[in-house]
Design a protein around this ligand. Structure first.
Ligand code: AP5
Length: 208
């Protein structure tokens, strides 16, 4: 099953995708994670996108589409995929239609107050990308990743100014995709204030 996860920053797309990939047996492809991996490895792409991401801007469409197109050619996508954070513009959605057929666009709905709380409390493991929250999903030892023992970090774009800007960018450039997929009969709304497990149950029903 080919799924697109839509929704504002911090709505929980990555958290649900991390459990849904096991349940559905498809890879979780997060464009944000792919970019962050490139930044960590100091690749030319990483150098190109570092500042853009820290400010909460979108990476140019052509760069992003090319990266996703290549990633979907990987054999692990033969039974489907979860695309998390892509498409994020109408242009990207039009391009995606040309090289893959989306079965559902799962739209994570959450109010902006909760979004800000989730983003400002998020911590991640730089090596594995594992997502925590200082209140709702803390690590066993404060500030330390459960698996690797490495210190957890706060994403550059989870600082207050960048969060505000990301929400504006979402409203302007990404929210129109809700209508885009609704018109195509592919939209599936999820109440993202529920637990990740409750969201997963709803998504699993789509696969049946
Ligand atoms: P990206 O990494 O995609 O960030 P995002 O869309 O802003 O989404 P987030 O990762 O912030 O949130 P999420 O919904 O995954 O929430 P999470 O599960 O972590 O993109 C980053 C940047 O990369 C962009 O700004 C852009 O520059 C670039 N980029 C990426 N894709 C692009 C594209 N297609 N085109 C152009 N540029 C692109 O959860 C958040 C927190 O809440 C966590 O702490 C978590 O523990 C907690 N939480 C989650 N679920 C729950 C729950 N149910 N209850 C309580 N707490 C919860």
């Amino acid at each position: 099953m080919n799924l697109v996860f839509l929704g504002p920053p911090g709505a929980g797309k990555g958290t649900v995708a991390a459990i849904a990939k096991e349940a559905l047996g498809v890879p979780h492809i997060s464009t944000g994670d792919l970019f962050r991996e490139n930044i960590k490895n100091e690749t030319p792409l990483g150098k190109e996108v570092k500042e853009i991401m820290a400010k909460g801007e979108l990476v140019p469409d052509d760069v992003t589409v090319k990266m996703v197109k290549e990633r979907l050619r990987n054999p692990d996508c033969k039974n489907g995929y979860i695309l998390d954070g892509f498409p994020r513009t109408i242009y990207q959605a039009d391009e995606l239609e040309k090289f893959s057929k989306v079965d559902y666009a799962v739209n994570f709905e959450l109010d902006s107050e909760t979004i800000v709380k989730r983003l400002s409390g998020r911590r991640i493991c730089k090596s594995t990308g594992k997502i925590y929250h200082i209140v709702s999903n803390p690590p066993k030892v404060e500030g330390i990743d459960d698996e690797t023992g490495e210190p957890l970090i706060q994403r550059d774009d989870d600082k207050e100014e960048a969060i505000k800007h990301r929400l504006e960018v979402y409203d302007k450039q990404t929210a129109p995709l809700i209508d885009y997929y609704k018109k195509r009969g592919l939209l599936f709304n999820i109440d993202a204030s529920a637990s990740p497990e409750a969201s997963l149950k709803k998504i699993e029903k789509l696969a049946k």
